[in-house]
Design a protein around this ligand. Structure first.
Ligand SMILES: *Cc1c(COP(=O)(O)O)cnc(C)c1O
Length: 803
């Protein structure tokens, strides 16, 4: 189906008129956007409906990817690209005399996720559809997404993200597919016709209404589904919802996303959200399966359910509940199916991120589910005790010391547990989940994360895409491994110069944004040094800040010395309750205030902390980056994905050997990455020996003394409180993330960065080498491995062989 510019123009003008009674000249950018969205949706509708019918007719096995978070970014351009009509539509829009860019910008960026985990889910949705894999996403339609971040006097202030204010053109409400989810009350078992069935009393029922969004495959005429659930008052149950407070309770359920990243927030509302997603999602899956008229004992042949971190782990007891209570299977039948159907991804080794729900909370909120968890636990212990003895067996218990350990349940109830980078999976096996690895060695596997080059290269960096096309043709877009052909160009001066020009134009574009939004002038010829990710102590934005202070002091001591100019760019939100992270934000903003306004400094050093980092800003910053900061304490970052996005856009990585940085190093080679710092092994040795002493490091390093003293001696303005807290965390409280230990090596590797940048040819040779090696980090490859090794699902596209 090829679309002509003329045809598009006519259709589009008709849509605008039909929706708004306005000509395209009269319509606002938002109206123009909304009409274009409606047009795109109807364009994809044919494929959407056909895909669904085909799946059903062929009874193909389908994947259901459960995630409490999806972070899709704006969808207009991505949908146009995947439908293969981006160029025609852009041309048509511009022919009419409209500004395509301003139409694109009128779209809200749906922030239904915190960071890497939610973004991964969305990259996966794109890859699953693009590879022709039958699979859909299951999540929550939060009325408010992640807060919008503002800075007031350098402090983070959170503003509600009312993203649905003007509606959402991409979603389709499916009221006829709604299901009931039960909470609270009491449950007891009663005998009925020789079977035990649960009897519920005093429960509240909440209606789960799905909203579906098309997940459009890349130029393959295939459209999958993302199903987000919204809580509503069941219309027939008005008696229970006559009081305002009862109504509010329902409305609250899917009101807002919890703003915590890598942190467990044990609030009751969060537990309700988790069960709500699991129950609605599983009910909907079982209902669909029953339409196929196959015995329920065969469900694992048609259904794979993936649990993205433990947040949706209640899928396991909910699945059992439905099969035994509502479909009359035996426990053994339900349990066998459950293990075959479920698979689980672990995303972190950080203790504070581990979900452990108090028994009392589960009993009160989901009493029948708690009974089932108890039974899973009882059977697990009973079976493993004679095989592994008390110590090991009790280490793997689901229920222990008053809490339900969700990771334990996720492992025991599924057939696959995967980490998200080689190093992370190794640490899971040998340290964090060691007892489970002993029990279930074959269940553990690695699936290194990936990114979709469609969004992060083709859409975010059109100029680089065009340059790559000129050099190696366009086949890499369907086969990212072909990016390696670029290796043949690293000694071609002309190509390197072209790459430099592309980078410079992207830097100028970002510089214009910074000028307009923040009124800071930055020099596009400086090194653009980028650290964009959630603000977390383990990610060590603080180490970056200490390096900036060190540079500032050097400039002040020696104002006339030649120095390579650098712009330090940060983007990061802190969880509202994470005080230390917010203090670091304040510190970096105060450093920016100091250095950006010091006439001795000028263009040699600038600090830009962009407000409200999210997918849309990432798309602007990443193409403009020269340096990618991936400096977490080794062992703490499970994978990282911004490292992959930045590499694909030609940034050179300054990295610790953590997460997927290790694999990036393996592909590009040591000479094409700037490595520093402790290895994860050394970190674990420190833990074992307990010999880390930050004070000793501090006292024996004159540079550190000078740098850290600026936190408490008034050099940096307006950080009396923050400066002291941060200083003490590093010196007095023994520096939990070994910032001081890695400081000196970090400074010295940064000097190498400056030196290399003096030789542009050498720099861009490495830059091109990084781009050429970024293909393996395509989420398409990651998803092929999930589909082949975990889900056992085939692609519907004959040309794609997964194994
Ligand atoms: C990719 C991405 C992340 C993940 O970044 P890491 O550096 O891997 O933590 C977080 N937020 C957004 C908006 C992203 O696009």
């Amino acid at each position: 189906m090829t679309l002509q510019v003329e045809e598009f123009r006519k259709d589009y003008e008709r849509v605008v008129k039909g929706m708004y009674g306005l000509s395209v000249e009269e319509a606002s950018p938002f109206q123009l956007y909304n009409a274009l969205g409606a047009y795109v949706k109807s364009f994809a509708g044919e494929h959407w409906s056909r895909t669904k019918t085909e799946y059903e007719k062929k009874q193909v096995k389908q994947l259901y990817y459960f995630s409490m978070e999806f972070l899709p970014g704006r969808m207009l351009k991505s949908n146009l690209l995947n439908l293969g009509i981006l160029d025609v539509v852009r041309e048509g829009i511009e022919d009419i005399g409209l500004d395509f860019h301003s139409i694109v910008q009128a779209e809200e960026d749906p922030a239904l996720g915190n960071g890497g985990l939610g973004r991964l889910a969305s990259c996966f949705m794109d890859s699953i559809a693009s590879l022709g894999i039958p699979g859909s996403g299951s999540g929550i339609r939060y009325r408010y997404g992640l807060f919008q971040q503002r800075f007031i006097d350098g402090h983070q202030v959170e503003v509600p993200d009312n993203w649905l204010r003007n509606g959402n053109v991409w979603e389709v409400r499916k009221e006829n597919k709604a299901v009931n989810v039960r909470f609270g009350g009491q449950v007891y078992m009663a005998e009925q016709k020789g079977r035990l069935i649960p009897v519920y009393e005093n429960t509240r029922t909440i209606l789960a209404v799905p909203y579906d969004t098309a997940m459009i495959g890349y130029q393959n005429e295939l459209v999958n589904n993302l199903r987000l659930w919204s809580a509503e008052i069941p219309p027939e149950d008005y008696v229970h919802y006559s009081s305002i407070s009862a109504q509010q309770e329902v409305n609250q359920l899917t009101e807002v996303l919890y703003p915590d990243d890598s942190n467990y927030e044990g609030r009751i509302l969060r537990l309700r959200q988790e069960y709500f997603l699991c129950s609605a999602g599983i009910q909907s899956i079982v209902r669909y399966y029953k339409k196929l008229q196959l015995p329920l004992t065969m469900i694992a042949e048609k259904v794979a359910i993936h649990i993205n971190d433990t947040h949706p782990a209640l899928c396991i007891p909910e699945f059992i509940r439905i099969l035994i209570d509502e479909e009359q299977l035996t426990w053994e039948q339900a349990w066998e199916s459950c293990k075959k159907v479920m698979s689980y991804t672990n995303h972190t080794i950080m203790q504070e991120a581990m979900e452990k729900w108090p028994i009392e909370m589960l009993k009160a909120e989901v009493p029948r589910i708690y009974q089932i968890i108890e039974e899973i636990n009882r059977r697990h212990i009973e079976k493993k005790l004679p095989l592994y003895g008390e110590e090991l067996t009790y280490q793997t218990a689901i229920i222990r010391e008053g809490v339900v350990n969700m990771a334990h349940m996720a492992i025991i109830g599924s057939h696959s547990v995967n980490g998200v980078a080689q190093l992370h999976t190794t640490i899971l096996k040998n340290e964090v989940l060691k007892p489970f690895y002993e029990m279930y060695p074959t269940r553990f596997n690695n699936k290194t994360n990936g990114i979709t080059q469609r969004r992060w290269l083709q859409l975010a960096n059109e100029e680089l895409t065009q340059l790559i096309d000129e050099k190696i043709g366009t086949a890499w877009k369907k086969k990212p491994s072909e990016l390696t052909i670029l290796k043949g160009f690293v000694n071609e001066d002309e190509t390197l110069k072209q790459l430099e020009d592309v980078k410079l134009r992207n830097k100028k574009r970002f510089a214009r944004y910074v000028k307009e939004k923040m009124d800071i002038t930055i020099d596009p010829n400086a090194i653009f040094d980028v650290q964009i990710k959630r603000l977390h102590a383990y990610k060590r934005q603080l180490l970056n800040a200490l390096h900036i202070i060190s540079r500032y002091l050097e400039i002040k001591e020696n104002p006339n010395a030649a120095i390579q100019p650098r712009v330090f760019i940060f983007g990061a939100k802190a969880a509202p309750s994470y005080l230390y992270a917010k203090q670091i934000i304040k510190l970096i903003n105060a450093i920016a205030e100091l250095v950006n306004n010091d006439p001795d400094v000028g263009d040699k050093l600038k600090v830009v902390f962009v407000e409200n980092y999210g997918v849309t800003l990432a798309e602007l910053i990443i193409p403009a980056a020269d340096v990618s900061e991936q400096i977490s304490l080794a062992s703490k970052e499970a994978s990282g994905t911004s490292n992959m996005k930045l590499m694909a856009n030609g940034a050179l990585t300054v990295a610790t050997l953590d997460g997927a940085n290790v694999e990036i190093r393996n592909y590009v080679g040591e000479e094409n990455i700037f490595l520093f710092g402790l290895t994860s092994q050394e970190v674990y040795e420190y833990y074992e020996n307990g010999t880390y002493s930050s004070r000793q490091i501090f006292e024996s390093n004159p540079r550190l003394i000078k740098v850290l003293n600026t936190l408490i001696d008034g050099t940096i303005p307006d950080i009396q409180e923050e400066g002291r807290v941060i200083f003490d965390s590093l010196v007095q409280y023994n520096d939990e993330y070994f910032v001081l230990k890695d400081f000196e090596e970090y400074i010295s590797v940064q000097r190498e960065v400056d030196e290399l940048y003096q030789d542009k040819q050498a720099w861009y040779r490495k830059s091109l080498w990084n781009i050429a090696n970024s293909g393996p980090f395509s989420a398409d490859f990651t998803i092929m491995r999930y589909a082949d090794e975990i889900w056992k699902i085939d692609s519907q596209m004959p040309e794609i062989e997964l194994s």
